[in-house]
Design a protein around this ligand. Structure first.
Ligand code: PMT
Length: 397
């Protein structure tokens, strides 16, 4: 999580410099302390005053403006940061970093830094494709700088191609990935997400309101912490997260087959999916016509995937969710015990902002020792990290 971190944002001189304002705003919203350093060229595209207003901190452009500090200014700025992000990074700054040139405040700060540096390129497509730039980007990556790829699309110079600054959300996700402690490195985690759909006929199905957000948050958080993640996902509008093995399924039976096929190769199973407990006994091959006043569909029980995993889990850690509308704790505990889970995350649906669709959730975590941890309203990403903290603690004994 970037929340509450100390961030040095380096802005260099390209048209995408205006997007650094949005990045600053978003970081400040998340409680980050943002210190902006601009090159003199960047200050021609966007004023330091704008960044100063948005960050609430002085903006630095000149190496020699910090002499009031008893330490050399640029070094002290770099020392205080959790991460330095350069967005947008021009071909020029990338070339300087790759060649060890320190001739202005930003390049000097980067040279002095002992903290992670994330470089987010943005430039004209032909420049981005230039072999010198590609070589310099590779040299930076080989030297331990974190490099994002530029986005592809329409550029300010009216051309199409690679060179756009990656979207602010992706830059922040990458920052999180860079600064997050890799305490789940190498742990193989399977997450299920989203709803299942049980077909009635070619146009209708039975499903539920799960958006997949909780499961995706878990997959992203686990990946950030160094885990090898498999995400088995029902029909959702969520984009597949980068860096995870992604398996798309539709029905509960498909989800069951995908989970069981992956089980041998995982250490942890987290079942955030909302699986339909029943499916129509018949999947009609033609659309059911409107004839009578009533229509009866017979439903059959679907496989209980988590119960099946619980029977063969061995030393794996098994985490379930509970979706309850009453007797939350009692019902969640019974599910956990009956299905051999290590712990269960119960959504408190009586609370505003909990459960389906929201970006937030309100949960209680119940474990086999009888403890109940009640979490307040939190972003699903924060809930995901709390669940993964538990997984880490169980693994560490
Ligand atoms: O996707 P979002 O919109 O972000 O919403 C998140 C969520 C509310 C769907 C999620 O937080 C959640 O609670 N998922 C589980 C919902 C659910 O199916 O609860 P349940 O009490 O019916 O099932 C208990 C557990 O058994 C769950 O881990 C479920 O994945 C699993 N299960 C259920 C039925 C079944 N046939 N097979 C299963 O494995």
């Amino acid at each position: 999580m970037v929340d509450g971190k100390n961030i040095v944002l380096g802005i260099t001189g390209g048209i995408a410099a205006y997007k650094a304002a949005e990045l600053t705003r978003e970081l400040v919203k998340r409680g980050c302390a943002v210190t902006v350093m601009m090159t003199l060229n960047a200050a021609k595209f966007i004023t330091p005053l704008t960044l100063q207003t948005l960050s609430g901190n002085p903006v630095y452009t000149d190496t020699f403006s910090l002499t009031g500090d008893w330490r050399i200014g640029h070094i002290s700025l770099a020392e205080r940061a959790d991460i330095i992000v350069i967005a947008p990074a021009t071909a020029n700054i990338i070339g300087k970093i790759a060649s060890g040139i320190a001739d202005d405040l930003l390049s000097t700060t980067v040279m002095a830094a002992h903290v992670p540096v994330l470089i987010c390129p943005a430039m004209n497509a032909n420049m981005y494709r230039n072999p010198f730039v590609a070589e310099n980007m590779k040299r930076c990556a080989d030297r331990g700088f974190f490099m994002m790829d530029a986005d592809i699309g329409e550029l300010a110079c009216r051309t199409e191609g690679p060179g756009r600054l990656p979207p602010v959300g992706e830059i922040i996700e990458e920052m999180e990935a860079v600064i997050t402690v890799k305490d789940l490195a190498g742990v193989r985690i399977l997450v299920t997400a989203g709803p299942t759909r049980e077909a009635i006929d070619p146009v209708r199905f039975i499903s539920n309101h799960s958006s997949g957000k909780m499961g995706h948050a878990l997959a992203k958080a686990a990946r950030m912490r160094g885990a090898e993640v498999t995400l088995i996902c029902g029909a959702t509008a969520q984009a597949a997260p980068g860096g995870v093995r992604y398996v798309k399924v539709i029905s509960a039976r498909e989800m069951r087959d995908a989970v069981m096929a992956s089980l041998d190769a995982v250490d942890v199973v987290i079942k955030a999916a909302a699986v339909a407990d029943y499916r129509p006994s018949k999947h009609e091959t033609s659309k059911i016509k409107k004839k009578d006043e009533t229509l009866t569909i017979t439903l059959l029980r679907n496989p209980d995937i988590i119960a099946e995993v619980g029977k063969v889990k061995g030393s794996r850690i098994l985490v379930g969710f509970a979706m309850e509308t009453e007797d939350i704790e009692k019902n969640a505990r019974e599910k956990m015990m009956a299905k051999n889970m290590d712990f269960i995350v119960a959504n408190d649906l009586t609370r505003e902002g909990a459960g389906f669709q929201h970006d937030t959730n309100v949960v209680k975590i119940l474990d086999r020792n009888g403890t109940i941890e009640e979490l307040p309203l939190m972003e699903k990403s924060a809930v995901a990290h709390r669940i993964l903290d538990r997984v880490r603690d169980i693994r560490n004994g």
